[in-house]
Design a protein. Structure first.
Length: 105
């Protein structure tokens, strides 16, 4: 996204930044609506928590939940932070700083 925004900026075009939030868990997915308007949606507690991490991520930032961190800690460098949520108060999150070199000799 940064590379695309830089190219657009050089051309005088509108740029944007995105923040990404990642969580894991069970969800229900499927199509809802009518024949006139059908949409694919995902519902469930994991989808709700993912939305909290997405909302907390600043532009250019990737936040992961503690549940994701438990699965990935060997492969990533992170920083523990706290994000504010509307309804749950403060929420622990990990800011992704980079990938670890996991090459074996």
């Amino acid at each position: 996204m940064q590379q695309i925004s830089e190219k657009r900026k050089r051309r005088g075009q509108v740029t944007c930044t995105i923040g990404i939030g990642v969580h894991c868990g069970e969800v229900l997915h499927g199509f809802i609506g009518s024949n006139e308007r059908m949409e694919l949606t995902v519902i469930g507690e994991a989808a709700n928590w993912t939305a909290r991490y997405c909302d907390g991520a600043a532009g250019g930032e990737i936040l992961i939940s503690p549940a994701m961190h438990q699965r990935l800690w060997r492969y990533i460098d992170t920083e523990l932070i706290t994000i504010a949520t509307k309804h749950e108060g403060s929420l622990g999150a990990y800011r992704l700083k980079g990938l670890r070199n996991t090459a074996r000799n």
